[in-house]
Unconditional design. Structure first.
Length: 221
């Protein structure tokens, strides 16, 4: 399941991350964290191990984990890793699949949190390989896209301007993406039934019961 989520960051948090991302001295070559195959295709910069970068990533993590749609769609157990990534003019990241294990933990869900307004750069679309065809994303600053970590994806070359994003990986309580989507649909059904009377209220009870029992069957703690 691919899911776009708007307004994940407050304006204050977005501004603080944008200020950090404008400092050249805080970034290193992005190849340092790529796997052996992806390293040949990765041409970008990423935030180094400074207190400023760590601080803004922590703010982003709090906002992401506090988002109701992220909780419902990803069922995150924890954030495995996050990176502040920057693409200046001419930079790109070719087709690759994310590492299955990072720091000894399984990666189930990938995300890209956009920090740069789409009109501020040319190119730089996130392209995700989907069974129905390639899907391209270039979202508003503060918005994000969630997608299964199993997918092939790439970042198109930036031909003008600068593209800044936070990328990250979640370990989910629900390993199977199809099962995560079923639970997400049940959440949406429950939301639609809330506040109802009579038969609809009974349907809400059954929907919540089904969701809870599926979680007991499928969750890996």
């Amino acid at each position: 399941m691919l899911l776009q989520i708007a307004d994940v960051l407050s304006q204050q948090t977005l501004t603080s991350i944008q200020e950090v991302s404008a400092r050249d001295d805080l970034f290193v070559d992005g190849k340092a964290t790529a796997g052996w195959q992806a390293r040949e295709r990765k041409h970008n910069l990423q935030g180094g191990s400074s207190k400023l970068v760590t601080g803004v990533l922590r703010k982003a993590e709090e906002a992401i984990l506090g988002n109701e749609l992220v909780q419902s769609a990803a069922r995150p157990r924890n954030v495995v890793r996050m990176l502040l990534s920057r693409y200046d003019s001419g930079m790109t990241y070719g087709n690759h699949v994310d590492d299955a294990l990072m720091r000894g933990e399984r990666t189930d869900v990938s995300f890209t949190l956009f920090l740069t307004p789409p009109e501020a750069y040319a190119g730089g679309e996130l392209v995700i390989d989907d069974p129905a065809g390639e899907r391209r994303f270039k979202l508003d600053a503060g918005s994000m896209v969630l997608y299964p970590a199993t997918t092939l994806h790439r970042v198109e070359p930036v031909s003008e301007g600068r593209r800044v994003v936070v990328v990250g990986w979640l370990r989910s309580y629900i390993r199977d993406p199809a099962k995560r989507e079923i639970l997400f649909d049940l959440d949406r059904s429950a939301q639609a039934l809330r506040g109802s009377d009579g038969q609809a209220a009974a349907a809400l009870d059954l929907t919540l019961k089904t969701r809870s029992n599926l979680l007991r069957l499928w969750a890996e703690d």
